[in-house]
Design a protein around this ligand. Structure first.
Ligand code: FES
Ligand code: FES
Length: 174
């Protein structure tokens, strides 16, 4: 049975109906309409679905939407507004860290979490932080280099605290 609930994503409240078995990934993509986070394996293996939950990276495919109620969910769309994350994205392009781009949203989310807790990571620390994000295209060298190049002096900031704007999810608007 579906329950009325509110998910706070990228600082906006979205009132939606949540089935108890609905994953956070499906709620955000299918109910709210933010499709930046990707579904790869749907089994906690690939990291394409990575989101920040109260600042910590989680595999949203394996996290129940109901568990995210009352928490701050941040997706790759929410990271895009910050100038520093722009630098991270630019380095991904510059260093050849993007080919098909399917893994990129999850990589950016995981790298953001890393750089916020450790602004000057070693290469080993970058590789460890991205160990849960799989890429079939780039061979990881460009991705790791992009995070290393961004690290010096570029701590990604998270979006401003929620303004608690309430926006109907597309499926339930009108
Ligand atoms: S889709 Fe979530 S880890 Fe692969
Ligand atoms: S760029 Fe294609 S999966 Fe990573």
């Amino acid at each position: 049975m579906k329950t009325d609930a509110t998910l706070t994503v990228n600082g906006t409240d979205y009132p939606i109906e949540i089935d108890p078995h609905l994953s956070l990934l499906k709620a955000v993509r299918d109910e709210i309409g933010l499709t930046g986070s990707k579904e790869g394996c749907d089994d906690s293996e690939c990291g394409a679905c990575m989101m920040l939950l109260d600042g910590r990276p989680v595999n949203a495919c394996s996290y129940l939407a109901m568990q995210a109620v009352g928490k701050q969910v941040m997706t790759v769309e929410g990271l895009a507004g910050g100038e520093q994350v722009g630098a991270l994205q630019a380095e991904f392009l510059q260093q050849g860290g993007v080919q098909c781009g399917f893994c990129t949203p999850g990589m950016l989310v995981s790298a953001t979490a890393l750089l916020r807790r450790n602004p000057t990571p070693t290469e080993d620390e970058v590789r460890l932080a991205l160990a849960g994000n799989l890429c079939r295209c780039t061979g990881y060298g460009g991705i790791v280099k992009a995070v290393m190049e961004t690290a010096a002096g570029h701590v990604p900031r998270l979006p401003s605290p929620p303004a608690h704007e309430v926006r109907p999810a597309p499926h339930h608007a009108g």
